[in-house]
Design a binder for this molecule. Sequence first.
Ligand SMILES: [Zn+2]
Length: 306
Amino acid sequence: MSTAFRIGIDLGGTKIEGAAVDLSGAVRVRRRVATPRQDYGATITAITSLINGIEQEIGTAASIGVGIPGAVSPITGLVKNANSTWLIGRPLKQDLEAALGRPTRLANDANCFALSEATDGAGAGMETVFGVILGTGVGGGVAIGGRTLVGANAIAGEWGHNPLPWPASDEVPGRRCYCGRFGCLETFLSGPALAADHRRSTGQNMEAHQIANAAAGGEAACLASLGRYMHRLARGLASVINLIDPDAIVLGGGLSAIPTLYDEVPRLWAPFVFSDRVVTRLLPPCHGDSSGVRGAAWLWRAGEVS
Ligand SMILES: [Zn+2]
């Protein structure tokens, strides 16, 4: 494809963001619209008109990559594992290609995050990067050598639905997860999970960022809740290090804004990692909210679009 731009789309549960990224990696045009929730046809229309608008502004056609809250099944070609449930079972890639008249690449949104941070973000130049989203849900993606690891089932990096490792007696069986199992990492490490854990131990209704702020101010009960959270995060990440031994783990999502995680969690994961020394780094994201659109744009590599 002959173009000087790549367009990345981040299809979220509440908003669809689109950006045109030039060959130097600079975001040149950025737009967002509300996601037509529960309406698949309107979602297709919203994505295509977002792309049309961006292309009018840049004056040329571009390659299209789309990050989705789920995965395209390699067996059926249909969307699965999407918390935006109106996408499940739909041939989203085919329908977008038909509407846009060109090949379109789709990937899981956490994979796009990992790819963005591995390409020119916090993990730039590193061979293996594990990207983690800690937000309303918990996701993960693996980038190796500047490419996303998709996997035979298109679930590589789906870490949030593994159980919490090395659980204490009061952590089993854990809470029921929407996936049907108990004690998934997501039920401990999402923002709502931190808030619920704090509510159970104190009776206080506070959101995750409020707990983190109060803990930073020295409030004892919030320090305790954040301490439990960090210990659980450390155990969860230690199991990832033991499995893929990444150069860096980059955090994204709302909870990645808690500064103390980056000092405390590597200290806490050390006893659980099967190595005398651990050089894996835990890093905040470089591109913040932009990593969704940037990673989707990077689904087309430089040689494919220039
Ligand atoms: Zn689960």
